[in-house]
Design a protein around this ligand. Structure first.
Ligand code: TYM
Length: 345
């Protein structure tokens, strides 16, 4: 297969309540990859409207995700931060991918089944076609690496299937236009570390989620120190002391989750956490987890607030990022149109 320049792309929905799962599963990875790769990070507002959104809240949430990216350490000058709706090529390529993806593929998507629930007839067409837009987000930059949490794995596999089918369907035209044997790379998911699936603090078998009605189930990036402390102290646990080895976390989802969070926040593995806390009571461990969480998240929360108090500066960063992203996206779309046989001026 043709070789592609390594490029990182990922996105976060501006749907409010950015939480520790988003931070550990995705945003910390975004930050780390800046050292080794060119990165494009997108606030995916077109994805957000697949379910109803209040316009004023959506505007605020787009700014909040942007502020979180910057407060966590993403550099919008060296890399690109932008909001999806300002780069029309995402929606344009998504339409083309709607014609590449098969109904059978989309029918298998578990996230659609979960989000549509029992009232599937009443779900938006956009919610169903969501994974084709996600493939377009990545492939409109011909990005090769995509840091995400575990819950996005199936969508990434679909993106690879779409890229592969497009490459096969148009193999002759792709070669004719000078792109060798493949136009799109097969994007690789980067799902690594001890916190690829952070669980609810109230139920270790459920994912930590923005939409959980209980705010105590998650730690929000904007929670103050007292709230973080309270949520961790109240987090569900079991009566046993912590095990000394990782195998002892099996069948103890709440313990496993808290140890995973501790490991990810301190950038060590679970085994090392258990070396320090194994055999001890949860109360001791929780006190250390409160200190660690507050010291890591406190500065991020206050920097987010500071940035959000100046919306014009955030909007300027998004405008600059969008203009730079659009240049890249337009180049890909021009080639896609040539490959498909469209006429363009
Ligand atoms: P979203 O907005 O739901 O979540 C943003 C990122 O956070 C990760 N994440 C988690 N990681 C660990 N534990 C959790 N409990 C947890 N909850 C969320 C998600 O896996 C994700 O990486 N469809 C995507 C957004 C998207 C996208 C893209 C991502 C749109 N286009 C293209 C990558 C590439 C989503 O809804 O993420």
């Amino acid at each position: 297969m043709a070789s592609f320049k390594e490029l990182v792309f990922s996105g976060v929905q501006p749907t409010g309540n950015l939480h520790l799962g988003n931070y550990l599963g995705a945003i910390t990875k975004f930050v780390a990859l800046q050292e080794s790769h060119d990165c494009i990070y997108c606030v995916v507002d077109l994805h957000a409207i697949t379910v109803p959104q209040d316009p004023k809240a959506l505007t605020a949430n787009i700014r909040e995700v942007t502020a979180a990216f910057i407060a966590c350490g993403i550099d919008p000058k060296k890399h690109i931060i932008f909001n999806q709706s300002q780069v029309p090529q995402h929606a344009e390529l998504a339409w083309i991918f709607n014609c590449t993806a098969r109904l059978g593929w989309l029918n298998r998507m578990t996230q659609f089944k979960e989000k549509a629930g029992k009232d599937r007839e009443n779900a938006s067409v956009g919610l169903y076609a969501y994974p084709a837009l996600m493939a377009a987000d990545i492939l409109v930059y011909r990005a090769t690496h995509v840091p995400v949490g575990e819950d996005q794995k199936q969508h990434l596999e679909l993106s690879r299937d779409i890229a592969q089918k497009f490459n096969n369907d148009f193999v002759d035209s792709i070669a004719y236009h000078g792109f060798g044997d493949a136009f799109f790379p097969l994007p690789e998911p980067l799902i690594q570390g001890p916190a690829t699936r952070v669980m609810s603090l109230r139920d270790g078998t459920k994912k930590m989620s923005k939409s959980d009605p209980s705010d105590n189930s998650r730690i929000n990036l904007t929670d103050d120190a007292d709230t973080v402390a309270q949520k961790i102290r109240r987090a569900k646990t079991d009566p046993e002391p912590l095990p000394s080895e990782e195998a002892g976390l099996e069948d103890r989802p709440e313990a496993d989750n808290l140890v995973g969070i501790f490991a990810a926040l301190s950038d060590i593995d679970k085994e090392s956490v258990l070396r320090d806390f194994g055999g001890g009571q949860f109360s001791t461990f929780k006190a250390a987890l409160v200190d660690l969480s507050v010291s890591k998240l406190g500065p991020i929360g206050s920097e987010m607030k500071r940035l959000q108090s100046d919306p014009a500066s955030i909007d300027a960063i998004l405008a600059d990022g969008s203009a730079r992203a659009e240049k890249l996206a337009r180049r890909t779309m021009d080639s896609v149109k040539d490959i498909l046989g469209f006429i363009r001026s």
